[in-house]
Design a protein around this ligand. Structure first.
Ligand code: PLP
Ligand SMILES: N[C@H](C=O)CCC(=O)O
Length: 422
């Protein structure tokens, strides 16, 4: 049983000065979160001295574990040279060329500072390019916290029961059309009936912010076909899946090439980053080449880009994805065995190094996942924390594996699942 006395005291202070006591809603674990002292490899330590095996991994970026020494050295080397210039650097060209060589959907790209900025800018570019206004978003998809996409949004928005945000004028979301994931008829219908003003479809190829929920059959290929037939820009939001499912993300894994791609998380090696890229004719619209304005003081931040180059290099040289796929399969098999032994009606979802136990039937979309036992999951989350395993604190967030998780860590984790699943 872990005790969190110091964390509780800190939370009491924090909630006076920080809304909800946190800097991002997903961190507001009830009744109070643990406050982190440090993290290394697959382990995270709180200020009360408890240590946990971490499957949250900062919500995905730390695929190589916390404080990877090679990434750390790349950051230190960059800090020695200064960390913000307001001028272009060769680092940006190096990382951009590498990304473009791995993502056939990307002829050109721009660096930004977060995934939120990446999707906001990608949508602006798609609208500017097509001179159209509407776009389709998937129910339960999460593309960051900008106005146009905070409609039936997954992640913390759903966890805290507020998938639509106050403070966003109706005019800002009237062009955001929603369809259920894995429903190609609904997608086709909404595109065809709004074709005159339909700019884009934005989709997480694997729903990571209420999941992971996987595409069924040829769903992604069919989405590609219907968008192509109707001249609609298809944007894959690969902020989670980019460099996680494969070097070339979900588009490589599933063999589907969108018109635009957004990246973040892993591609910054754990420092803040976002990327939006796509076909040359679309990216040529971005200022100063074109008339779609986009800018940022911290865009292409040298430390983030240096960390990203180091991370991508390790992922490629060490063939990390093959190993993580095998680890993920082993863990999911172990979880399935536990659930079968206990006769529970739960579903183990996942792909590659993403996984989750759903407290309910296999979900295909947002409405399905909402039927899962959210409160039961929260209790289970606390039980796992007491067993020194840190999972993201919501039924609606994905668990992640890293190269730092050893077989012994996985065995300990499976024992904790076996002890706590009921
Ligand atoms: C799929 C997806 N898109 C966009 C974002 C926004 O990224 P960021 O938190 O870096 O703004 C996230 C995560 O927050 C995400 O999971
Ligand atoms: N699910 C979110 C991103 O993937 C979690 C990150 C956050 O909102 O702080």
């Amino acid at each position: 049983m872990v005790t969190l006395d110091k964390s509780k005291d800190l939370f009491d202070k924090a909630r006076v000065i920080l809304p909800g006591g946190v800097s991002s809603p997903v961190r507001a674990i009830k009744p109070y979160p643990f406050y982190t002292e440090s993290a290394n490899g697959c382990r995270i330590k709180d200020i009360d001295g408890n240590e946990y095996i971490d499957y949250c991994l900062a919500y995905g970026p730390n695929i190589l574990g916390h404080a990877n020494p090679v990434i750390k050295q790349a950051i230190i080397d960059q800090l020695d040279k200064g960390w913000l210039y307001g001028t272009p650097t060769g680092l940006e060209v190096t990382l951009a060329e590498k990304i473009a060589s791995l993502y056939p959907s990307i002829d050109m790209l721009r660096f930004v500072s977060t995934g939120t900025e990446a999707t906001m800018s990608a949508l602006r570019a798609a609208r500017g390019f097509t001179r159209k206004n509407k776009f389709v978003k998937i129910e339960g998809g999460f593309h960051g916290a900008h106005d146009a996409v905070l409609v039936k949004a997954g992640s913390g928005a759903t966890t805290h029961g507020k998938p639509d945000s106050l403070g966003i004028p109706e005019d800002f979301t009237k062009n955001t059309l929603q369809v259920a994931y894995n429903d190609i008829e609904a997608m086709t219908e909404v595109i065809e009936s709004n074709q005159d003003d339909m700019a884009a479809v934005i989709i997480e190829p694997v729903l990571g912010n209420i999941g992971p929920i996987l595409p069924e059959g040829d769903y992604l290929k069919e989405v590609r076909k219907v968008t192509e037939e109707n001249d609609v820009v298809l944007i894959f939001d690969e902020v989670i899946t980019g460099f996680r499912l494969a070097m070339g993300g979900a588009q490589e894994y599933f063999g589907v090439t969108p018109d635009m791609t957004t990246l973040g998380k892993i591609v910054g090696g754990g420092l803040p980053i976002g990327v939006f890229g796509g076909k040359r004719e679309i990216l040529d619209m971005i200022s100063p080449s074109g008339s779609v304005y986009q800018a940022g003081t911290f865009s292409g931040s040298p430390a983030s880009v240096a960390a990203g180059i180091a991370a991508v290099d390790i992922l490629e040289k060490e063939k990390v994805h093959e190993k993580l796929e095998a680890t993920g399969n082993m863990l999911r098999a172990g979880l399935n065995d536990i659930i079968a032994d206990k006769g529970l009606d739960y579903h183990v979802g996942g792909i590659a190094s993403m996984f989750k136990v759903f407290f309910g039937d296999k979900p295909l979309n947002y409405q399905d996942v909402l039927k899962c036992d959210k409160e039961g999951y929260l209790q289970f989350f606390h039980d796992m924390l007491d067993s020194n395993v840190f999972l993201p604190p919501s039924q609606f967030e994905t668990n992640f594996l890293s190269t730092a998780h050893t077989e012994a860590d996985l065995e300990t984790t499976l024992e904790a699942y076996a002890a706590n699943l009921k």
